[in-house]
Ligand binder design. Structure first.
Ligand SMILES: NC(=O)c1ccc[n+]([C@@H]2O[C@H](COP(=O)([O-])OP(=O)(O)OC[C@H]3O[C@@H](n4cnc5c(N)ncnc54)[C@H](OP(=O)(O)O)[C@@H]3O)[C@@H](O)[C@H]2O)c1
Length: 157
């Protein structure tokens, strides 16, 4: 194991590590209730895990709201989902590395008339070096942690 990783070992709680290993060995549990007309909000649905998760919920009949940063990719996914599954899919464009966008999305979601059944904070990046946003904040911190403060901006469920 490389020394860069080893230096963090003392910070791990072994109970958490064992719980994680136990959890990873379990078979995924399937939701029993139908998803038709349930509202699912997912961030970063234009690629990777988020894209396939969005498709999975759409295949089960859910109404999707995707929070993505790229309009062209978002439109492509929206059209694909509508054609393949016939379920409603909308998107909101936001760069979740920017606090103003996070706040705007929080307010948009708060103003929805329908309650949110599932919220998936998926958008994220894997950076090899420190990078800062135009607001001077570390990118990982904003996208992976501050983004879930949708709630701080008034979204409460
Ligand atoms: N894959 C793994 O092995 C792994 C392991 C541990 C954790 N994760 C976490 O799982 C999540 C998904 O991973 P993945 O492998 O599916 O990643 P991915 O293929 O790179 O997809 C990331 C998604 O997040 C979006 N995104 C990135 N930065 C954004 C921003 N500033 N604002 C809005 N959207 C943004 C991307 O949009 P664009 O299409 O516009 O780029 C894309 O839709 C991430 O949070 C990642 O950290 C993944």
């Amino acid at each position: 194991m490389n020394s860069e990783i080893r230096k963090y070992w003392p910070q791990y709680k072994w109970s958490n590590v064992f719980a994680m290993i136990k959890n990873m060995k379990q078979h995924p549990r399937r939701h029993k209730e139908p998803f038709r007309d349930k509202l699912v909000v997912i961030t970063g649905a234009t690629a990777g895990i988020g894209y396939y998760t969005a498709r999975k919920y759409a295949a089960m009949g859910a109404h999707l709201i995707m929070v993505n940063r790229n309009p062209q990719k978002s439109e492509r996914v929206r059209r694909e989902i509508a054609e393949e599954f016939g379920t409603p899919a909308e998107y909101v464009i936001a760069d979740l590395a920017l606090l103003a966008d996070i706040q705007r999305v929080g307010q948009y979601l708060l103003a929805l008339e329908k309650p949110i059944d599932v919220l998936i904070h998926n958008a994220g990046v894997h950076l090899q070096s420190r990078q800062e946003t135009s607001e001077g904040l570390e990118v990982n911190l904003v996208i992976h942690y501050l983004c879930i403060t949708f709630r701080r901006f008034g979204l409460n469920f």
